[in-house]
Design a protein around this ligand. Structure first.
Ligand code: GLN
Length: 470
């Protein structure tokens, strides 16, 4: 069910907001074995639905999303349930405020019904790093959901709700969208306020969404976007409907990601999508950006550096889990952090502290930042000749639960295609492009220059239409 289906049913008097919420809660219950959700905010959601129904009955304006249920990733502060970031550190944390993104959607009449599973503190690409157990893929329970917003992707794919919220710091919306066959949107850096979202890496953190149709995804982004005085990085008018859509003519396929390093089925499906783009009238040709090969190395230095700084506040005194039976302050910090964080959180804190330490700062952190500037320059240069870039979203379809074992590098490799746009602050969306013979979905990533988010939706919609007509 799409947002538009629910809105028109409510408008036609075939369904109430309460019934829409009840149906979502029922579906959440029926699909609980996937472990997509960590908590439900049933009571609050039903009360809000009644308020909206009362408004509608009186003929009042209840908002553009009146009665539409949604789920937020559990690193968004929201009322009605704890905000855990899927960690023991925040297990009992009740939010005193709502994230701006959640608040804006609720002001437009949407109803948050629960919180979705993720890798603890959004560190990971499979949702296996959740302190509360992994989420299963919507198409094959023996496979990963992707991550870190795996729960959100699966909740959309299973039709629990028509849209869900995620955060994308280095692929956490796009990669699980690809793995579960839904649309995943990572906007231009600064499009949506991060206020009230648990910080991971502040120079690449973005708020986006998952949906089943391009129209739905675009509508949700439109409602969430805008300037927020509580997040000074917000831009203001990226999704403004008055903003002209830059017409797209020329599209470049990133050839560095169209080779033997990529799963054969993924290549085939990406090539078929490129053909559809051509059939839709776009001029498409391969482009090479050799520096993209280094983007993973840049990302896994810069992001842990920022993570180590953002996670410093969880010391058991000011924030977070506090260990019991402690004698000294050092022991309190150490034990609280040891108990509250999962292994991957600790790994990133250690890598981050190392690359920021005075002896290694120039060799790692500075070098990575310089390389990042070069990467941005390369994108800038390519976007002078091309209106859009395309690549697979991930090198493989969803892999088996447990497949990466204890090897973090194997997991990091799944991010090869998605971290570039994050480092450069570019908008990128993953659209479902087809299924492998085993029935596993594969997504293709559309990347634009900053603030051309509207164009990505326009191209995705056009390709979808042309493909449907044939
Ligand atoms: N897989 C990436 C990582 O582990 C993405 C994380 C994210 O976007 N939150 O860093």
């Amino acid at each position: 069910m799409t947002i538009n289906d629910i809105l028109s049913s409510i408008e036609a008097g075939k369904m109430t907001a309460r019934q829409a919420v009840e149906a979502a809660l029922k579906k959440a219950d029926e699909t609980s074995e996937y472990a997509a959700l960590l908590s439900l905010t049933s009571e609050r959601a039903l009360n809000r639905a009644d308020e909206i129904d009362a408004k509608l009955e009186k003929g009042e304006d209840a908002g553009r999303l009146a009665g539409v249920p949604f789920v937020a990733k559990d690193n968004f502060l929201a009322f009605g349930a704890p905000t855990t970031a899927a960690s023991k550190m925040l297990e009992n944390f009740k939010a005193p405020l709502q994230a701006t993104a959640v608040e804006k959607l609720e002001q437009a009449g949407a109803i948050c019904i629960g919180k979705a599973n993720l890798d603890a503190f959004a560190h990971g690409g499979s949702t296996e790093n959740s302190a509360f157990g992994p989420t299963s893929n919507a198409h094959d329970k023996t496979r990963v959901a992707g991550g870190s917003s795996g729960g959100s992707a699966v909740a959309t794919a299973l039709d629990v709700v028509p849209f869900t919220l995620g955060s994308d710091t280095g692929g956490s919306i796009r990669q699980p969208a690809s793995f579960n066959g839904v649309i995943g949107v990572k906007p231009t850096y600064g499009t949506v306020s991060r206020y009230g979202v648990v910080a991971m890496a502040s120079s690449t953190d973005t708020v986006g969404c998952f949906a089943k149709s391009v129209d739905d995804a675009e509508l949700v982004m439109e409602i969430m976007s805008g300037r927020d005085d509580k997040d000074m990085t917000t831009l203001g008018d990226v999704m403004d409907s008055a903003k002209a859509v830059k017409p797209v003519k020329k599209i470049g396929v990133i050839s560095d990601f169209m080779n033997g390093d990529v799963d054969n089925e993924v290549l085939k499906i990406t090539e078929a999508y490129v053909e559809k783009m051509k059939a839709a009238g776009y001029e498409v040709e391969p482009v090479s950006m050799p520096i993209i090969k280094h983007s993973l190395a840049m990302y896994y230095i810069i992001v842990p550096a920022e993570v180590s700084s953002n996670l410093a506040r969880y010391d058991g005194v000011r924030y977070g889990h506090r260990a019991e039976g402690i004698k000294t302050l050092a022991e309190l910090y150490g034990k609280s952090r040891d108990e509250g964080f999962v292994t991957e959180n600790k790994r990133r804190i250690m890598i981050g502290s190392y690359v920021l330490s005075s002896g290694y700062f120039d060799a790692y952190y500075m070098k990575a930042q310089k390389a990042r500037t070069k990467l941005i320059d390369k994108y800038k240069q390519l976007f002078e000749s091309y209106d859009l870039l395309v690549s697979p979203t991930a090198p493989t379809p969803a892999f088996k639960l447990g497949a990466t074992g204890d090897d973090p590098v194997q997991m990091y490799l799944a991010d090869a295609m998605v971290v570039g746009p994050s480092l450069a602050g570019l908008p990128a969306i993953s659209v479902p492009a087809g299924d492998t013979p085993d029935g596993l979905p594969v997504g293709v990533q559309l990347i634009g220059w900053r603030e051309t988010d509207r164009s990505l939706f326009a191209v995705a919609r056009k390709v979808e239409e042309v493909a449907n007509d044939n």
